[in-house]
Each structure stands twice: as structure tokens, then as C-alpha cells.
Design a protein around this ligand. Structure first.
Ligand SMILES: [Zn+2]
Length: 95
């Protein structure tokens, strides 16, 4: 599947996120997103390619909800998702 990137996207700005992957599209809020942010979103693309779209998004939201039920804030719950941990840990390893 060909990945398409949209910069300065209304969707990302509306959601107040730096970037978001809605496979096979990546939406960035900034007109010139930094390399680490682009790398972060590409890591999610690779996670989706490995797991499949349905499995990735269902596990992603399942983990988020579990974290919220455990009492974490929105931000804590988001950062504790295994896919986010992997992306944040590796986003600075620029190829
Ligand atoms: Zn992420």
C-alpha cells in the first residue's frame, strides 16, 4: 500500500496532535514536521504492516482503555501504549 503524507493537515490540527496515522495516510499538523516526528509516524506504519490494520488499531485502543481503567490520565495512558513506547524509544534513531 502506498503511504501518503499530508502536512499542515486540518485533521491533525483539529485533533491537536503533531501527527497521526490513519493507514495508509499520515497527517501532520505542522507544515514542516521534524525528522523525529516523521520517523515516529513511520514506526507506526511499520507496526501496522507487521500486525495488520485491524489488529494494530484494536490492540492500540484496547491498551489505551486498559490504561485509563487503571486510573491513568489521557496523556499517561497514551504514552504507556506499547506501540507508542516503541515509537518514542526509536524515533531518534534516524536512518
Ligand atoms: Zn505515536
Amino acid at each position: 500500500m502506498k503511504i501518503r503524507i499530508f502536512k499542515y493537515s486540518k485533521l491533525a490540527r483539529f485533533l491537536k496532535v503533531g501527527g497521526i496515522v490513519i493507514y495508509p495516510f499520515i497527517f501532520f499538523a505542522d507544515p514542516d514536521p521534524g525528522r523525529e516526528l516523521i520517523n515516529h509516524e513511520m514506526i507506526h506504519i511499520n507496526q501496522i504492516k507487521q500486525l495488520g490494520v485491524v489488529k494494530f488499531y484494536s490492540l492500540y485502543f484496547k491498551e489505551y482503555l486498559h490504561n485509563r481503567v487503571k486510573g491513568m490520565s489521557h496523556n499517561q495512558a497514551y504514552l504507556a501504549i506499547s506501540f507508542e513506547k516503541e515509537a518514542y524509544e526509536n524515533q531518534d534513531k534516524l536512518s
